[in-house]
Design a protein around this ligand. Structure first.
Ligand code: LHQ
Length: 261
């Protein structure tokens, strides 16, 4: 069985992390499966939104710690290799994908699993799910974008507390703190996330891709640079068929029929 199940319906590519007995921890096959899913999402114009979730009781507990020999006497492990080859390209692929990624956090998201969720564009979480910055408990620092996402989403004081203490943050607190979009009842998670992804897949895909780029650039831009970027990206958005359709639908007081181009 593949480590990542991929299905496609109504413009939505759903990728389900599928090592439930291992809390969907990352191993090389999981990385390969996610890489393939994201490549398909990028290349296939029929894919207009991505939904990422996990099978079983966890969303993802980060790196599979049983994959590495850290026993006394074993040769030192260069973790930068794994980050450079697998985790960092994954996060970059997600951020650069010009289509929205919805994350349905079905259970605990720990270590790089929490960073993976935060790299998505809209995060829903089951009320019983939680977020754990587990890194410091094993002597590491938040990676896979953790030190970038956390302070930007919740501020430095909360980011520092989460990172240093590694305590579980409930889905409800994560919503209250602005770490995620929304906590929903467990039984509603799959349906709400699928509805949201379907709605985005019928939206103005090019515009979404451009706004994703603009919002992500904003974190490190001056106002001046951001104004210039908005001007340039809006120019592109204004050339899209969906812009014409959006305005026409508005004037005709009907629902738009966006084609994603
Ligand atoms: C696990 C794991 C796990 C193996 C639970 N591995 N078995 C990037 C690049 C390079 C290198 C290093 O790292 C990274 C990024 C990272 O992700 S580092 C951080 C790695 N993740 C963690 O440190 C999380 C460790 N796990 C936990 O803190 C807890 O297990 C969580 C909060 C995820 C879940 O807690 P519980 O619901 O209480 O479950 P549990 O602790 O009883 O775990 C269930 C089983 O899963 C247990 O095995 P067992 O044989 O006793 O049933 C755990 O050992 C195993 N497990 N996470 N990452």
């Amino acid at each position: 069985m593949s480590c990542v199940n991929v299905s496609f319906e109504d413009g939505v590519l759903t990728a389900t992390l599928n090592r439930p007995e291992k809390l969907n921890t990352f191993n090389p096959e999981m990385h390969a499966g996610l890489r393939a899913a994201l490549e398909r999402a990028l290349e296939d114009a029929a894919v207009r939104a991505v939904l990422l979730t996990g099978a079983g009781r966890a969303f993802c507990a980060g790196q599979d710690l049983s994959e590495r020999n850290t026993a006394p006497g074993a040769p030192p492990i260069d973790l930068s290799v794994s980050l450079g080859e697998n985790y960092n390209p994954l996060v970059r692929r997600m951020r650069e994908l010009p289509k929205p990624i919805v994350c349905a956090v079905n259970g605990v998201a720990a270590g790089a699993g929490a960073s993976l969720a935060l790299a998505c564009d809209i995060v829903l979480a089951a009320r019983s799910a939680s977020f754990v910055q587990a890194f410091a408990k094993i002597g590491l620092i938040p990676d896979s974008g953790g030190t970038y996402f956390l302070p930007r989403l919740v501020g430095t004081a909360r980011a520092m507390g989460l990172a240093l203490l590694g305590e579980r943050l409930s889905a409800e607190d994560a919503e209250r703190w602005g770490l995620i979009w929304k906590a929903v009842d467990d039984e509603d998670l799959a349906g709400e996330a699928a509805d949201l992804a379907r709605a985005l897949a019928s939206g103005a895909t090019r515009g979404y891709g451009l706004l994703k780029k603009a919002l992500h650039a904003s974190a490190s831009n001056t106002l001046d640079a951001q104004l210039d970027l908005e001007r340039d990206l809006q120019r592109e958005a204004g050339f899209s068929e969906d812009y014409r359709e959006g305005v026409a639908a508005f004037k005709e007081k009907r629902a738009p029929r966006f084609k994603g181009r």
